[in-house]
Design a binder for this molecule. Structure first.
Ligand SMILES: CC(C)(COP(=O)(O)OP(=O)(O)OC[C@H]1O[C@@H](n2cnc3c(N)ncnc32)[C@H](O)[C@@H]1OP(=O)(O)O)[C@@H](O)C(=O)NCCC(=O)NCCS
Length: 192
């Protein structure tokens, strides 16, 4: 099921459930900061990250998402009007040379809405909304992210994506690359 209009779609829990992806406003920085804490707690299963003395992980780069509008893009995901996750996107990726590449820096869905298609609907809406060559990096130790990205990128691209492995600690990184929106030919793509 694709988005019904830009940034909006339904997920399979119920016909009335609505998933909306919106660029965050600066007044939503605190909302993102709180959701980032939940995300980082999940990631601390994979990476040895500690909470600081104030009991928070903290995400130092968050203010940059409101200061560099052409380079960093913060999105909030809502389901039935409730905050349900976020996507942080950068123009330029740490693993490629092309400064126009779009990189999925962080992506999160709260547990309440997992496995109901919210992540898939939001990611598809994001890729449709931001055309370009996308890079998604995921740790091979991420038991949520690894099967999710593999499944939905294969579906979105109908198999027309690249995959490579980079060394990482404590696990290697899987780096997936593809062109959006759907159906656009990717330069040099073989289609498989
Ligand atoms: C990864 C994450 C965003 C998935 O969000 P979600 O809304 O639950 O994903 P969806 O419901 O859209 O899943 C789509 C498909 O991906 C696959 N998938 C998603 N989560 C999975 C999991 N935990 N295990 C196995 N497959 C999974 C399934 O094939 C699923 O379809 P199905 O439920 O019909 O089988 C969410 O689990 C999350 O935020 N995890 C913590 C943060 C994180 O790891 N982010 C990614 C960083 S790279």
């Amino acid at each position: 099921m694709g988005p019904l209009r830009e940034g909006v779609g339904t997920h399979p829990m119920a016909a009335s459930d609505e998933v909306v992806l919106e660029l965050a406003k600066s007044e939503e920085a605190a909302l993102l900061s709180h959701l980032l804490e939940l995300y980082l707690h999940d990631l601390s299963e994979v990476f040895p990250i500690d909470v600081g003395p104030d009991g928070r992980f903290g995400y130092d780069r968050l203010p940059l998402y409101f200061e560099e509008p052409g380079r960093r893009f913060p999105f909030v995901i809502r389901a039935n009007g409730h905050p349900a996750g976020f996507a942080l996107v950068t123009r330029g990726s740490p693993v490629t040379q092309d400064p126009t590449d779009l990189d999925m820096a962080e992506f999160f869905v709260v547990r309440r809405y997992r496995r109901s298609g919210v992540g898939r609907t939001a990611a598809f809406a994001l890729w449709d909304r931001m055309p370009g060559h996308w890079i998604v990096r995921v740790s091979e130790g991420n038991r949520y992210g690894l099967p999710f990205w593999r499944k939905i990128i294969a579906e979105y691209t109908e198999g027309a994506f690249s995959a490579r492995t980079l060394p990482g600690s404590p696990h290697p990184w899987l780096v997936l690359g593809f062109q959006s929106p759907r159906g656009e030919p990717r330069p040099g793509a073989t289609g498989g």
